[in-house]
Write a protein that binds this ligand. Structure first.
Ligand code: DHB
Ligand code: FE
Length: 278
C-alpha cells in the first residue's frame, strides 16, 4: 500500500524557466515568487517522495488542437522536453514510473474514465518548470507519472469531473503494492488570461476563494461549470482544474503547510500551496 504525502501546487509560467536559466531568483521582480520555494523544498525533502504524480496541461508540445484528449496519462519509462518557442532551455529527461502509471490507468478505466494512455509523451513547461523549482539540483531521486488534463480547448472537463478523476487516481495509488511515498504536484493558474479583450485579467478574490476551498472543501469548486471558471479566473485560469484534480488525488483531510501568492509574474497571478495529508 502506497502512501500519499500531500500535494504541492504551483504556477508554471515559462518566464520562470527563463529566470532560473539566468539566475534571477534574487532580483527584485522575482524574489517574492522564488522565496516561497525553500520552505516547500524543506517540507518535501523531509518526506522523501519516491514517485511524483504531476497533474498539468499540455500547451501544444505533445498534444495540439487537432488531437486533444480530455484526460491523458503517461506510461513511459522516461519523459523528455523540447523547445516550445519560449526561449527557455530544455531540461534533463525525467524518469517515469510505468508500473504506477498502469495501476492508475487500470483503476480510472474501471471507474469509467475513458483516458488516453501515452507510452511516449513529451512534457512541456507545465510539467518541467515546477520540477525545476522543487528539485533545482536535479530529479535523480524521483520517478514521475504525468497526467495531462485538457484546460486549453473547449469543451473542458468540469471541476466536478476533475475532482472525481483525482479521487479515482488516489484510490489507485493507495492500493498500489510497493510501499512508496507519493507526492502530487499540480500545476498552472491561478487567474490569468493571455489573449483577447480581457488579456491581463487577474481575479485575486476568486484565487483566494479557490486556495481556501482547496484545503478541505474542494467540493465547493464543483458547483462551477468550466465556463464559469473561465469567466472568474480567465481563459488560462482554467488551469485551476489541474489543482482540483490534484486535491482529489490527496483525498481526505489536509493541512495547509504553506501558501505564497504574488501578482503578477508575467501575466499571471502566481501561487504556491503545500497541503499535507492528515
Ligand atoms: C504564461 C502563463 C501560463 O500558464 C502559460 O502556460 C504560459 C505563459 C504567462 O503568464 O506568461
Ligand atoms: Fe499555462
Amino acid at each position: 500500500m502506497s502512501n500519499i504525502i500531500g500535494s504541492i501546487s504551483a504556477s508554471h509560467i515559462p518566464a520562470i524557466g527563463g529566470a532560473i536559466a539566468k539566475g534571477l531568483q534574487h532580483d527584485e521582480y522575482w524574489k517574492p515568487f522564488f522565496d516561497g520555494f525553500p520552505p516547500a523544498r524543506a517540507w518535501l525533502n523531509a518526506r522523501k517522495p519516491d514517485i511524483v504524480v504531476v497533474v498539468y496541461n499540455d500547451h501544444g508540445l505533445n498534444f495540439f488542437l487537432d488531437k486533444m484528449p480530455t484526460f491523458a496519462i503517461g506510461a513511459a519509462p522516461v519523459y523528455t522536453s523540447e523547445d516550445e518557442g519560449w526561449g527557455i532551455p530544455t531540461v534533463a529527461p525525467v524518469p517515469g514510473a510505468p508500473d504506477l502509471s498502469w495501476a492508475i490507468i487500470e483503476q480510472v478505466v474501471a471507474d469509467e474514465f475513458d483516458v488516453t494512455t501515452c507510452q511516449e509523451m513529451l512534457v512541456d513547461h507545465a510539467c518541467t518548470v515546477p520540477l525545476q523549482l522543487l528539485w533545482p539540483e536535479g530529479w535523480e531521486s524521483i520517478r514521475i507519472v504525468p497526467i495531462a488534463i485538457n484546460t486549453v480547448q473547449h469543451p473542458l472537463p468540469s471541476p466536478k469531473r476533475c475532482l472525481a478523476f483525482g479521487q479515482s487516481i488516489g484510490k489507485a495509488i493507495r492500493a498500489f503494492g510497493p510501499e512508496l511515498n507519493v507526492l502530487v504536484v499540480s500545476t498552472g493558474g491561478l487567474s490569468h488570461q493571455l489573449e483577447g479583450e480581457r488579456a491581463g485579467f487577474i481575479n485575486p478574490e476568486f484565487d483566494d476563494l479557490c486556495l481556501n476551498a482547496l484545503i478541505n472543501k474542494p467540493e465547493l469548486l464543483s458547483k462551477y461549470s468550466s465556463h464559469e471558471i473561465v469567466e472568474l479566473a480567465g481563459s488560462q485560469g482554467a488551469e485551476i482544474l489541474n489543482w482540483i484534480a490534484g486535491r482529489g488525488i490527496v483525498g481526505g483531510e489536509a493541512r495547509e503547510v504553506l501558501r505564497n501568492y504574488h501578482i503578477p509574474i508575467s501575466n499571471t497571478a502566481s501561487a504556491l500551496q503545500v497541503l499535507e495529508a492528515v
